[in-house]
Design a binder for this molecule. Structure first.
Ligand code: PHE
Length: 456
């Protein structure tokens, strides 16, 4: 089907492949390699993984297509996009709340993301200095608590990470991010595969396969379903405005559905691979898979410490992780920066700096959540970092996702969406997309919310 929508003012990506790489760079990050294994560990494995996979396939993929579609169709930043498209349909401009929620959520995510990403810099240095050679459980646990109990050191790393991300951002993500993603993504996969092969040859993958795929629904709580859904949004970077703004830079003839499938497939594949890189080490060392955020940092160094070239492999791994986090971090502020610079007519640099100061201040809250502020509660039973992560990942992103689904599938005319998605309106694929986005996604999000809020 030919497309007569305008080219973007400045076409960004060199090709659809460029878009796939940048979108995958945004999607693949700490969420896949650090967070997915640890929440799977906390929520008991198999049944949680299944719910997560269903959320990705039935909600993540259709909404990813929907978000890119809105970007490509509107050719503008997330906050303006919803308002403009809504008024064009004779609906309220206030639909821009969807953009606001997503863009705000992305900046909040960035504030704690840079802290965890800062850890990877520290671990890169430690590995390079061969700091884990022959280390045992106690030594590895000690190294982790030495870092997290030191707010100054952690603050320094997160500030460096944020500073670098914002610096690249202020120069424009165009060539920088696309090129970095092109180089790094394949390297990340190779290192993960190496770790999996090492695990297969040493401790074996059987226990991990059982843990990740054996279904035990007795451990599956409503909270776990909410977290699986929230993580599906988080890991795809959905509804945060990033996919929308990247979509707005797509060449007019680029097909969205195939690209979305690639991004979601790579993202899920890398998360599962991360599970097989981590859990065998956890189980072989007799560690607890449910230990939470420290999981990756307290287990992999054990494996690296035993390997012949462990220092190098470890350094390479943590560097990859830092870079994967970097391509995600950079994508989180793109929607906000594009909005601020166009709304206030200021330069990209000024927009980046002003948002950056706010994000940096918030990041300090996460830094102290691991040490002096560990017991300062914001939500009941949760410190600052846990509260922020909970609100943003489990409520704000799914809420923006709900708005996105309703907007794309009910408000935009079917003819328009079909055309932008390069689908035949009466065809099966379009109908499948439409009904997943119209009914399944909103209903699931609402049900999970009601359940989590103990209304249902
Ligand atoms: N998808 C990223 C990850 O899994 C996180 C992210 C969230 C990126 C929101 C962009 C927007 O690490």
């Amino acid at each position: 089907m030919s497309s007569n929508r305008p080219e973007p003012a400045k076409p960004l990506w060199s090709s659809r492949m460029g878009f796939i790489l940048v979108a995958t760079g945004s999607a693949v990050g700490l969420g896949n390699i650090w967070k997915f294994p640890y929440i799977t560990g906390v929520h008991g494995g198999g049944a949680f993984v299944l719910v997560y996979l269903i959320c990705i396939a039935a909600i993540g993929v259709p909404l990813l297509m929907a978000e890119v579609l809105i970007g490509k169709h509107s050719r503008t930043n997330p906050i303006v996009a919803y308002g403009e498209l809504a008024t064009a349909q004779g609906k309220s401009r206030h639909w821009n709340w969807v953009g606001w929620t997503g863009v705000t959520a992305a900046l909040l995510v960035l504030s704690f993301y840079v802290v965890i990403a800062g850890w990877t810099l520290h671990y890169f240095g430690l590995s390079l200095a061969n700091g884990f050679a022959g280390a045992d459980r106690a030594a590895v646990a000690q190294a982790f608590s030495d870092l997290t109990s030191d707010p100054l050191l952690m603050g320094l790393y997160s500030s460096i990470f944020l500073g670098l991300a914002l610096w690249i951002q202020s120069r424009g993500v165009r060539t920088g991010v696309e090129r970095t993603a092109r180089l790094l993504m394949p390297m990340l996969v190779v290192i993960l595969l190496l770790l999996v092969v090492y695990n297969a040859m040493t401790s074996g993958l059987g226990d991990t396969a059982t843990f990740m795929f054996a279904m035990d629904f007795s451990e599956l709580t409503a909270e776990a379903v909410l977290i699986a859904l929230g993580h599906a949004f988080f890991t795809l970077g959905l509804a945060a405005g990033a996919m929308l703004i990247f979509g707005s830079y797509l060449p007019a003839n680029a097909r969205i559905p195939g690209a979305a499938l690639w991004v979601a497939g790579l993202d899920t594949g890398i998360a599962l691979l991360a599970g097989f890189a981590l859990f065998p080490v956890v189980f072989a060392a007799g560690l607890d898979g449910g230990q939470g955020p420290g999981l990756l940092f307290q287990t992999l160094p054990l494996a690296f410490g035993q390997l012949p070239a462990g220092a190098w492999l470890g350094a390479a791994f943590f560097l990859m992780l830092a870079l994967a986090a970097f391509t995600s971090a950079v994508s989180m502020s793109e929607g906000g920066i594009a909005f601020v610079s166009s709304r206030f007519g200021c330069s990209r640099k000024k927009a980046t700096l002003s948002l950056g100061v706010g994000v940096w201040l918030l990041s300090l809250g996460t830094v102290v959540s691991f040490n002096i502020g560990a017991d300062w509660q914001f939500l009941p039973g949760r410190n600052f970092f846990q509260s922020l992560d909970h609100i943003v990942t489990n409520y704000m992103l799914p809420l923006a996702g709900l708005g996105l689904a309703i907007f794309a599938a009910w408000l935009l005319p079917g003819r328009t969406s079909a055309q932008v998605l390069n689908f035949r309106q009466g065809g099966l694929r379009f109908q499948l997309w439409l009904w997943l986005t119209r009914l399944i996604a909103p209903l699931t999000i609402v049900l999970v919310f009601l359940h989590a809020l103990e209304i249902l």
